[in-house]
Write a protein that binds this ligand. Sequence first.
Ligand SMILES: Nc1ncnc2c1ncn2[C@@H]1O[C@H](COP(=O)(O)OP(=O)(O)O)[C@@H](O)[C@H]1O
Ligand SMILES: [Mg+2]
Length: 226
Amino acid sequence: MDVIKTENLRKIYFLEEEKIEALKGINITVKKGEMVALMGPSGSGKSTLLHLLGGIDVPTKGKVFINDFDIFSLDDKKLSVFRNKHIGFVFQFHYLLPEFTVLENVMLPVQIYNKRDAKEKAEKILRLLGLEHRLNHKPTQISGGEQQRTAIARAVVNEPDIILADEPTGNLDSENAHNVMNIFKEMNKKDNVSIVIATHDPEIAEYCDRIFYLKDGQIQDIIEKT
Ligand SMILES: Nc1ncnc2c1ncn2[C@@H]1O[C@H](COP(=O)(O)OP(=O)(O)O)[C@@H](O)[C@H]1O
Ligand SMILES: [Mg+2]
């Protein structure tokens, strides 16, 4: 089954006089339980594509289907509920809230639903990611690798079907980068979560089942790992 499917996805940014065609008609699918990499030079459209797949930006043309559902047929409010339920986003700069503790940062996406078990859920995932000794620390009091693992915990605490990660290892040293990839791989294998990772690092792409190469807003090549 295709968890993600795009149909002739186009994105044009208008900057004063300039018109930037960031995506020029993307047709891709990601299967249930698949882990794929988006590669390509800076400016090729990787982040734009991830944002559209996750419904955090709207296409100029074309469609995104998540579990066969046309996500841009929803109004803003319903789309944000859908997103919170089905999609976990991990960014290069983790965007943790500095005034909140590690535990509180991870509880937030659960609390949006007023669920009572936010604390238990957040503690459980933080323990799985080896952060049980950091629950009451603020983001500035922990290492870069720990910050990124906290951001991953926040992205997956609602048990999404899909994880979208934009250069999630871009700010990490090699050891922490591989730790993060092993965490993704384990979630992928154990829970059958579909994962899309934008990266320009071939070593990171090695963890994935397929690699989509983007160039100038188009899919240039698809490599399947054998
Ligand atoms: N918010 C924006 N406004 C205008 N242009 C943008 C915006 N975001 C991205 N772009 C442009 O769209 C193209 C694709 O960018 P992006 O998706 O960030 O590529 P990548 O993630 O592969 O580096 C680039 O030319 C970039 O400058
Ligand atoms: Mg980018």
